[in-house]
Design a protein around this ligand. Structure first.
Ligand SMILES: [Cu+2]
Length: 131
């Protein structure tokens, strides 16, 4: 503990009060760091960009940790496409447009696909891993 030199002998009462205050400050700072840290972790979500075209998906990441994953899905092709994963899907995305899909995923393997007839068979499908 650093105490200014001006707090010499005879000021032990003030010194200990200061000490208590500093201790309280340290405890508050520590709690704030711990609570703030866990709140941050809870808010943390993975972001994956998905580019769609005829007839494939290109994902910025093939995997994520369990929790919320936000897929930002852009249609780079010339036909409308959608993106379905974990029981959720985007609306049909027009060429040049972007949609966001937020999904909460547990550990496992999740097939994704475009639900437009024939597109998955033509190659618009894959597997996303959560681990
Ligand atoms: Cu498609």
């Amino acid at each position: 503990m650093i105490v200014p030199k001006s707090f010499g002998k005879g000021f032990s009462l003030r010194k200990s009060k200061l000490g208590l205050r500093l201790t309280a400050l340290v405890v508050v700072a520590f709690l704030a760091a711990v609570l703030g840290g866990s709140a941050l972790a809870a808010r943390d979500s993975a972001s994956v960009t998905v580019k769609m075209s005829e007839f494939k998906f290109v994902l910025s990441a093939a995997s994520a940790h369990p929790g919320a994953v936000v897929f930002t899905v852009t249609n780079k092709g010339k036909l409308p496409h959608d993106f379905k994963i974990g029981g959720k899907k985007t609306a049909l995305v027009s060429p040049g447009k972007t949609a966001k899909l937020s999904v909460t995923l547990k550990a496992g393997k999740y097939p994704y696909l475009c639900t437009v007839a024939g597109h998955a068979a033509a190659g618009m499908k894959g597997t996303f891993t959560v681990k």
